[in-house]
Ligand binder design. Structure first.
Ligand code: FUB
Length: 322
């Protein structure tokens, strides 16, 4: 694959989570719509109402839209805003994890179940107990254990929590204090609960110091993704208001992760969000930009491009402008 490829042109799609199930590539994106809600720092303009699942049998192949996999009207606890989701498979069932505001406008993470990777998914009656914030990413380690990474600042509400408890005045720490961490938690055997208290994912510099809250070029903002390469854990994420996709490497799914560099320079549009997936011996970055909508931040389009490593395991930076 020489040039990035746009994947879907009949609807707007963003935040791709990608997995290979039964030898086929499945894409779980957000479904962007024109909501008419003015753009603000809270992300109110991202007022998405359903998910479609897409699949393809080769990276250059035809993309199948499997239609609506989950609709907000079928979720008993729903308030508004279906944001970035992810999917997992265990013991004959597929699980779709999704962030959604409840009826008090607090983001929680829900789970829905299907017999098929493309859905339709049947949601549980309540969000996962103890869940909060946005952008769940579910990673299956080689021993079969599933972990969820989650969290996002500003509209994603992560700044409203410390030690998994909501706080009165939810603001980010001062610039010279450690940055807020994404969270990691092991999932229960039935995939429906947290099996432990979520823990902070520490992202540190090369000297072992946690990144500072004022380090906007490197600190975590949202869009967690985890993949494993040559036995190392690669945690990747968006820096939000500096619009980069970065990565950090660790020796355990819990971290700590040492900051390495930039995967993708800023794309057209405010948000940047991705997944990294191996297919037939090559690695790919799935992401989005707003070029096809003429730069409308809330109307994004999925793309894929090849991702390459240097011999030392570092990732070769990709330009978001191509
Ligand atoms: O799609 C809504 C939000 O925008 C996602 O949850 C964030 O990661 C950002 O891409």
């Amino acid at each position: 694959m020489k040039e990035p490829r746009y994947l879907v042109d009949h609807i707007y799609t963003a935040d791709p989570a990608v997995h290979v199930f039964n030898g086929r590539i499945y894409i779980y994106p957000s479904h962007d719509i024109e909501s008419g809600i003015p753009e603000n720092d809270n992300g109110d303009h991202f007022d998405m109402r359903d998910y479609h699942v897409f699949s393809m049998d080769s990276i250059d192949g035809e993309v199948t839209d499997h239609g609506v996999a989950l609709d907000v009207k079928d979720i008993a606890w729903a308030g508004r805003q279906l944001w970035d989701s992810d999917a997992a498979y265990k013991d004959g069932k597929y699980y779709l994890y999704f962030p959604l505001k409840d009826q008090t406008d607090i983001f929680r993470i829900g789970v829905a179940i299907s017999d098929k990777p493309e859905g339709p998914f049947i949601p549980q009656d309540a969000p996962i107990k103890g869940s909060y914030s946005i952008d769940p990413c579910v990673f299956k380690d080689d021993d079969g254990t599933h972990y969820m990474y989650f969290g996002g600042l500003w509209g994603g509400q992560l700044q409203r929590y410390r030690n998994n408890k909501a706080i009165e005045c939810g603001v980010e720490p001062a610039r010279d204090e450690p940055a807020l961490c994404p969270r990691v938690v092991r999932l229960s055997d039935d995939m429906l609960e947290f099996a432990e208290e979520p823990m902070g994912v520490i992202i540190q510099d090369q000297e072992g110091n946690p990144l500072k809250a004022g380090d906007h070029d490197r600190r975590f903002f949202e869009a967690s993704w985890m993949h494993k390469y040559n036995g190392k854990y690669y945690f990747s994420y968006s820096t939000g208001n500096t619009h980069k996709l970065c990565y950090a490497i660790g020796n355990s799914p819990y971290g700590p992760f040492t900051y390495q560099g930039i995967i993708l320079t800023p794309v057209v549009g405010w948000t940047t969000h991705h997944s990294i997936c191996e297919y037939k011996g090559k690695w790919y970055l799935f992401y989005h930009d707003c070029k096809p909508s003429g730069g409308k931040t809330w109307l994004r389009s999925l793309k894929v491009t090849e991702l390459e490593y240097n011999g030392d395991g570092s990732i070769i930076t990709i330009s978001g402008q191509i």
